[in-house]
Design a protein around this ligand. Structure first.
Ligand code: PMP
Length: 401
């Protein structure tokens, strides 16, 4: 027998497979609302102006390509945590945190999974909202954790299932891990309102659960970093020692650069130092040290007031475009005489809209109308533009009649 002769063909990735099918299609009507990457109103990929400028400045510095530390530079990590928790946040002032550069959000989650598995005294079981990002289960089971779930989305009302989530979290065994999407929940676009986050935070503290925030969209939901970081900041304020996975894929458009940060708020500076020493060993055994270019770009933007200002304007424009196109899509569906309630399209936030379309309807949209979306009925609002919104509304109406 050959070494690999028993290896079976794995299923294609649900989202990347969709893009392949889209690329293969020769139909002029085709629209890709499957992929979670921002597109401008012409349907083109977008590179942030602040990143173009940072790239120019970096090039002018002619820096070398030496290795950086295993956990990335202290400067980069601090800038990331400050962005997330706010500059004056007590864990930062007191040194009660540790942080490591990560391979974007996924890499940060993966380090976190390994840290829980190898270093935590708590339960090696993590609870996800239902539904959640398709990759969460894989990332955490690969590290050997058990996975479980709590209610998040209420299909009847197309909104956050507050009572359901409280009931489920209430039943989670003490010292387990709970994952939260910090903002712009993927795939539903439904976040708890601030008052409900406050109660969730109290419950998590009272039950002694370890919260792990997946923050892939800070600034992308409302255009305001502080607003979008409300939940993790509230949890920290209430004394929760959170774990955090940050990604710069969406909010700085650095998808393929793979820049992110993993951090933990600890009970003391000493604990943070011990943890960091162990995180170094974990990372060393996985990929030795992180890449340099993307983190240089992020640091350049975060520490320069001028670039930061351009960044904020750009994020404002992006989130406004998404909010506007949500309104347009809803209005067009209503104008076509659709009897369905489409209020959730404008209530939801961030890049994704969980349309409420059934799998059958989603498949019809792709097969008959060349609109490529995931079977759970999620569409990326970033793929909707002023040119294709009429067509998308017409087809959504057609399949939901
Ligand atoms: N978490 C969530 C909820 C996401 O939507 C994404 C991006 N699709 C990620 C994490 C991580 O993405 P990346 O590794 O590209 O930063």
């Amino acid at each position: 027998k050959g070494w690999w002769s028993d290896v079976e063909m794995g299923p294609p990735d649900a989202i990347l497979g969709l893009t392949e099918a889209f690329n293969r299609s020769k139909d002029d009507r085709k629209v890709n609302v499957g992929v979670g990457a921002y597109r401008d109103d012409n349907g083109e990929p977008y590179v942030f102006s602040c990143i173009r400028e940072a790239e120019k400045r970096l090039l002018a510095k002619a820096l070398n390509k030496e290795y950086i530390p295993i956990v990335g530079t202290v400067e980069f990590c601090k800038l990331c945590v400050e962005l997330a928790l706010g500059e004056g946040s007590p864990p930062i002032k007191n040194g009660n945190y540790c942080a490591a550069q990560a391979l974007s959000g996924t890499g940060a989650l993966r380090i976190g999974a390994e840290v829980i598995q190898r270093l935590s005294n708590g339960n090696k079981e993590i609870f996800f909202p239902t539904p959640t990002w398709g990759n969460h289960a894989r990332v955490f089971t690969h590290a050997g954790l058990k996975i479980n779930k709590y209610r998040h989305y209420d299909e009847k009302t197309n909104s956050f299932d507050y009572d359901g989530s409280l009931q489920d979290i209430e039943k989670i065994p003490e010292s387990s891990v709970v994952l939260f999407h910090a903002c712009a929940h993927n795939p539903t676009g439904v976040d708890p309102p601030q008052k409900q986050w406050e109660s969730l935070s109290k419950l998590v503290k009272q039950k002694n659960l370890l919260s792990f925030f997946d923050m892939a969209y800070q600034g992308f939901a409302t255009g305001d970093f502080n607003n979008d970081a409300f939940a993790p900041r509230q949890f920290v304020k209430d004394g929760n020692q959170i774990m955090l996975a940050q990604s710069f894929a969406k909010n700085l458009g650095l998808y393929g650069e793979r820049v992110g940060c993993f951090s933990i708020v600890t009970s003391s500076k000493e604990e943070a130092e011990s943890l960091l020493s162990q995180i170094k060993i974990i990372i060393r055994g996985m990929y030795s040290s992180p890449p340099i270019h993307g983190q240089r770009l992020v640091a350049e933007v975060l520490k320069d007031p001028e670039l930061r200002c351009i960044w904020e304007c750009e994020l404002g424009a992006i989130s406004s475009r998404i909010i506007k196109i949500r309104k347009d899509l809803r209005q067009k569906l209503e104008a076509l005489g659709s009897k369905k309630d489409w209020k959730h399209i404008t209530d939801q936030i961030g890049m994704f809209c969980f349309t409420g379309l059934t799998e059958e309807q989603a498949v019809r949209l792709t097969k008959e109308f060349e609109i490529y979306l995931t079977k759970n009925g999620r569409i990326s609002m970033a793929g909707v533009t002023s040119k294709n919104v009429d067509y998308i509304a017409k087809c959504m109406h057609e399949v939901t009649k």
